[in-house]
Write a protein that binds this ligand. Structure first.
Ligand code: UD1
Ligand code: PEP
Length: 424
């Protein structure tokens, strides 16, 4: 087990560079198998999800090499193999191999995906999409077997019941090589979807409307990568460091940001009183004065991201007066961090999925557990604010999605160590 040990209470300052977006990267790696030629991804974050996806690629004889922030993937010798379990369970995004394998081979055998423990995460919309394209979907022994008809997938109109990021991306991957036109209505609008469409269009796909709620795909025969693709910056990592800068920063500059991707988040932190100077692709966060409480309701993009409700929580705890309210409409059960924060002295509670946050004069170090990636980020920020030592167990969940986090925090002056300890 990975354990993160923090000696907190020290103001942090300096510069931090944001890595490529986890939620783009974990779609682009499976999507690479749609290419008949080698793929180069740049700006790839050093995160555990990438290591696990590389292991899955090697199960299909797809070679991949990671140097610094460049990932080379060669799918030229790919063999169609079932991906039944093992690494599939280690991350959510392994479900993208369903759409990618279906688009490449007309068949996918993939175990049920894992990912963060944040309440129910059905994939009915992904399956509905594959079926609309003519595929037969069976569920046998904890694995999903998806088979295209003998003549191949046929494009179709698909209306999603909710704007699911995963279903939108999976349907795009399956339909890029289908016959005719596919239209995804009520599609998710997250920037990572535009990134996937850009990547595939540069390989010869015809995808229009990504970033709006209606995406049109004209099927093409095959795809070939020709130029390297640079992944967009991680807006969730950026939001986490903005919150950190407000909680314990003494002037922090955050580089490699697309400000527009953070509009709803920046509106909230500015409403709370954070003062921010924006430059072309960086933000300077001034040391926080007296912060005001706020109310947050998460929503699909461009609303306030569920993945930022936990990272912003320590900032609410720093407010001086009032009562903060957080309602996670995407994952109402995403409240596992609250019990852990209370161990550190936080004045926070949850009633019927409504999180109530009260000003907390001081946090103290404690032994806590990172139940999932963003709960871990929240506890990491709380540990940096707290007096004394905080030990975060299951810190591997933080490493699923935070690029070179120990190095970045140390550059800001934090006393942070990640170590391996035997599982209890
Ligand atoms: C790898 C990745 O990109 N993960 C992100 C992705 O997850 P993921 O793609 O799994 O999340 P979705 O956008 O699909 O989920 C949105 C909502 O729709 C529901 N739903 C989704 C699909 C479905 O078939 N049926 C259904 O009911 C979910 O339970 C959830 O309430 O978007 C989430 C919501 O922004 C983020 O928290 C995750 O970080
Ligand atoms: C929920 C998340 O990730 P995943 O969908 O990969 O589990 C997240 O990044 O906050």
């Amino acid at each position: 087990m990975k354990q993160m040990i923090i000696h907190g209470g020290k103001p942090l300052q300096g510069d931090v560079w944001i890595g490529g977006a986890k939620n783009s990267t974990v779609a682009l790696i499976p999507a690479s198998i749609l290419s008949r030629t080698p793929v180069t991804l740049e700006g790839v974050p050093r995160i555990a999800d990438v290591d696990n996806l590389m292991d899955l690629l090697s199960e299909m004889d797809v070679e991949s090499e990671f140097h610094q922030t460049t990932l080379h993937i060669n799918p030229e010798n790919i063999k169609m193999s079932p991906l039944p379990s093992g690494k599939i369970k280690s991350l959510r995004a392994s479900y993208y191999f369903m759409g990618a394998l279906l688009g490449r081979f007309g068949k996918a055998v993939v175990g049920f995906p894992g990912g963060d423990d944040i309440g129910p995460r059905p994939i009915d919309q992904h399956i509905k999409g594959f079926e609309a394209l003519g595929a037969c979907v069976k569920n046998e022994n904890d694995q999903i077997i998806i088979t295209a008809p003998s003549g191949g997938l046929e494009g179709a109109p698909i209306h999603l019941e909710m704007p699911s990021v995963g279903a939108t991306m999976n349907i795009i991957m399956a339909s890029v090589t289908a016959h005719g036109q596919t239209i995804i209505n009520n599609a998710a609008k997250e920037p990572e979807i535009i990134d996937l469409a850009t990547f595939l269009n540069n390989m010869g796909a015809i995808i229009r409307g990504a970033g709006t709620d209606s995406i049109r795909i004209e099927g093409v025969e095959l795809l070939k990568a020709r130029t390297p693709h640079t992944i967009i910056p991680d807006r969730i990592e950026a939001g986490t460091y903005i919150s950190l800068a407000g909680c314990i920063g003494n002037g922090i500059c955050i580089h490699n940001i697309i400000e527009e991707h953070l509009d709803s988040y920046l509106a909230k932190v500015e409403e709370m009183g954070l003062v921010i100077d924006a430059d072309e692709d960086s933000l300077f966060i001034y040391p926080a004065g007296e912060l005001k409480m706020t109310q947050i309701k998460t929503d699909a993009y461009p609303g306030f991201a569920t993945d930022l409700q936990q990272p912003i929580t320590p900032l609410l705890l720093s407010a001086k007066t009032g009562e903060g309210v957080i309602i996670d409409r995407i994952y109402p059960k995403r409240i596992g961090h609250i019990e852990q924060l209370r161990k550190m002295g936080a004045n926070i509670s949850a009633e019927d999925n409504v999180i109530l946050v009260h000003p907390t004069d001081e946090l103290h170090g404690a032994t806590v557990s990172a139940g999932e990636i963003r709960a871990g980020a929240c506890l990491m920020l709380a540990g940096l604010m707290a007096n004394g030592e905080t030990v975060i167990n299951n810190a591997g969940n933080i490493l699923r999605g935070y690029d070179r986090v120990q190095e970045k925090l140390r550059l800001l002056g934090a006393d942070v160590t990640i170590q391996d300890v035997p599982d209890k």
